[in-house]
Design a protein around this ligand. Structure first.
Ligand code: C2E
Ligand code: MG
Ligand code: MG
Length: 647
């Protein structure tokens, strides 16, 4: 009779009990993965206990009826089949966790089912044939000729796992790579050891070892779940993206940003706001069971879905339709507006960083344009690249002092001379291609570079005005964007600049657009008032570009209104255009506000405007923007006696 050593099994049982205990103590969300792991732990424990029971009863088999001995040992063999099948299924799932193509998993399931059933059938057949084990007439246990069949099955499962792992290697998570590097060699080693020393029972040790490796690799790691909504957090979204991309998988990502969520918090309180967020996460999971939901940022969710063969519109429509409906939680009901950005990955060579950048770009575009949805297109990648190149160029140009301030002379009708100029920033690529400030100024704002640019212009203008190098130049206007204008450092900076160069404040004029006023009318009014007190004058720029709000413009202390050049497009030929421009001129004059006409491109325009009493003229017909030295030469030429009254 064989004398078995149970020490390895008992030691394994203790280890498993510890694992189960540590698991119970953790206050963690039971995800599908955790549930499967827990099932493996309980099955392992059950199988070991059955094994111990069998060994103990085998020693006293003559005390029990034969059927009970057979039943107990058969149950143990069944438990081994179930355990190895469930465990292998779990490992396949972990390997293929980040693979959309379901082929591999289906094939693995078929293989496991086949092996499990086959082995189960052998266990049943064993009752008659005794190929696995049998009891002789004296109730003594004997190993059958196929007793080691379980190890053969285990080897096949292991081989299939390794194959599956190697085929999908780029999409296998780092933790699982670690498991696959350690687990198969260890199991093989133990199996060989078992063959060499059959009296030391190691089945339990093998499964416990597998449980332990999985525990160390997965279960003890930091939870990458969002604690409020229980969906994956931003980090797990990035990891998932990287794995899908590395595996060359096709997918759809949708970013859903809740709008004005602060209103929900204000109306219902933060606790209720949290409950709404939780509900949104649940709803997204319910609606898209084929995908995964992540909390991308506070009020933004990301959905990662398999590539849609129908183009993806249906899912977007589904989302928009749901968000068009109100959300109800108890007595609270809220409409949660959503803005969507979407991207389809169809095999492009993108990194996860690029995908995130593209999604954020699409979302920013949607925000800027007030669109409910922006789908990322390849052209946007080029636009984004240009933006990035431009930001890099701006940084370099700032370092190398390559930004230039040019000046466009402005004609004063009353003086019959160019007495003012507008300062305009200039930037060119190293190849000399000019870039419009209308393009780079907003980018400079978004990238925190506007501050330096503002002071660069101010410094240059003050220096020019105080140098006296530009004959007849009484004032210069500078453009300030919204961010520049609302910068708390603006007033001390301006005051400091004027004082340092000993300039009279009226020589500096500030141009702002209606957009600045619209952004924050109260603060704009306060800043204007303070600067007006200093003696600085204001121009309302680009009047007529669609942003103008007449009453607002007239409420604020603007000395001058600049009619945008778009108003002159059909002027003076078109009667409508004439009516509009002349009407505006009279209106502003009646209000005591001066008018600058921008974009004067023909003599006919200049004549008609002068006849109507326009105060200032600016445009290519009179003078183009030019560098400082040219401006000085230009003004010197025009200030020459006999030229003063000519236009
Ligand atoms: P803006 O303030 O309305 O400046 C006038 C723009 O019209 C300038 O374009 C000028 O070159 C152009 N222009 C002048 N005369 C004519 C004309 O006869 N026909 C046409 N079609 N255009 C004419 P630029 O220099 O490209 O500047 C575009 C915008 O960039 C400016 O519009 C201003 O809003 C902004 N900008 C320029 N420099 C600065 C700056 O230093 N700071 C800030 N914040 N913005 C600036
Ligand atoms: Mg301007
Ligand atoms: Mg303008």
């Amino acid at each position: 009779m064989i004398r078995w050593s149970l020490s390895a099994e008992l030691f394994s049982a203790i280890l498993l009990a510890l694992l189960l205990l540590s698991y119970r103590g953790k206050d963690q969300v039971l995800t599908r993965r955790r549930k499967m792991y827990l099932v493996c732990l309980w099955l392992s424990m059950g199988s070991i206990l059955l094994n111990v029971l069998c060994v103990l009863t085998i020693d006293r088999a003559h005390l029990l009826p034969l059927w009970l001995n057979l039943l107990l040992n058969s149950l143990y063999f069944f438990s081994v089949v179930i355990l190895s099948t469930v465990m292998a299924a779990y490992l396949f799932e972990l390997i293929l966790e980040h693979v959309y193509d379901g082929h591999c998993l289906r094939r693995a399931h078929r293989l496991l089912a086949f092996l499990g059933l086959l082995y189960g059938a052998v266990v049943l057949w064993n009752l008659r044939s005794g190929v696995l084990f049998y009891f002789d007439e004296g109730h003594v246990y004997h190993r059958g000729p196929l007793n080691g069949l379980g190890y053969l099955f285990l080897t096949v499962e292991l081989a299939a796992l390794v194959l599956c792992y190697l085929r999908n290697r780029p999409s296998v998570s780092r933790d699982m790579v670690q498991v696959m590097r350690t687990l198969p060699p260890l199991v093989v080693l133990l199996m060989v050891f078992q063959q060499l020393f059959p009296e030391i029972l190691l089945n339990g040790a093998i499964v416990t070892l597998a449980d332990l490796v999985l525990y160390i690799s997965f279960q003890s790691r930091r939870v990458e779940l969002d604690s409020l909504t229980s969906v994956g957090n931003r980090i797990s979204f990035q990891t998932e993206l990287a794995l899908r991309l590395d595996g060359g998988q096709r997918f759809q990502v949708i970013l859903a940003a809740l709008q004005q969520f602060a209103d929900v918090n204000r109306r219902f309180g933060h606790q209720m706001g949290d409950a709404f967020l939780y509900e949104v996460a649940r709803e997204l999971e319910r609606r898209f069971p084929q995908g995964r939901v992540y909390r991308f940022s506070n009020v933004e969710f990301a959905l990662l879905l398999p590539f849609p063969e129908d183009g993806g519109e249906a899912r977007l429509r589904l989302l928009q339709e749901r968000f068009a409906q109100p959300w109800t939680l108890g007595s609270a009901q809220a409409v949660l507006n959503v803005r969507l950005a979407e991207l389809l990955h169809d095999g492009q060579a993108w990194t996860s960083g690029q995908v995130l950048e593209y999604l954020e770009y699409a979302m920013n575009l949607a925000r800027r344009e007030g669109a409910p949805l922006v789908r990322f297109r390849q052209e946007m990648a080029r636009a984004l690249q240009r933006q990035k190149d431009l930001v890099a160029l701006m940084r370099q140009s700032l370092r190398e002092r390559r930004f230039r301030v040019w000046y466009q002379p402005v004609w004063e009708s009353a003086a019959g001379a160019f007495t003012s100029a507008e300062a305009l920033l200039r930037l060119s690529t190293p190849a000399g291609e000019p870039i419009s400030p209308a393009e780079f100024v907003p980018l400079a704002e978004e990238n925190g570079l506007i501050d330096e640019l503002s002071w660069l212009v101010l410094e240059e203008v003050c220096r020019l005005l105080s140098s006296g190098a530009a004959p007849g130049l009484e004032s210069v206007s500078i453009n300030l964007s919204m961010q520049q204008f609302l910068d708390p450092g603006l007033i001390p900076r301006l005051r400091g600049g004027l004082e340092a160069h000993r300039l009279a404040p009226h020589r500096l004029k500030i141009e702002i657009t209606e957009r600045v006023v619209a952004q924050d009318a109260v603060r704009t009014a306060a800043v204007m008032e303070e600067l007006s007190r200093l003696g600085i004058r204001f121009y309302l720029d680009d009047f007529g570009t669609g942003w103008a709000n007449l009453s607002c413009a007239l409420d604020l202390p603007f000395q001058c209104i600049k009619l945008d050049h778009s108003l002159l497009a059909a002027y003076p030929d078109s009667p409508q255009s004439r009516k509009l421009v002349h009407g505006l001129l009279s209106l502003f004059h009646d209000m005591g506000v001066q008018v600058v006409s921008e974009g004067v491109e023909t003599q006919a325009q200049a004549d008609a405007l002068c006849q109507r009493g326009v105060d200032w003229l600016q445009g290519y017909h009179l003078a183009r923007p030019m560098p400082e030295e040219e401006l000085c030469a230009f003004l010197a030429r025009h200030a020459a006696p006999g030229r003063a009254a000519q236009l």
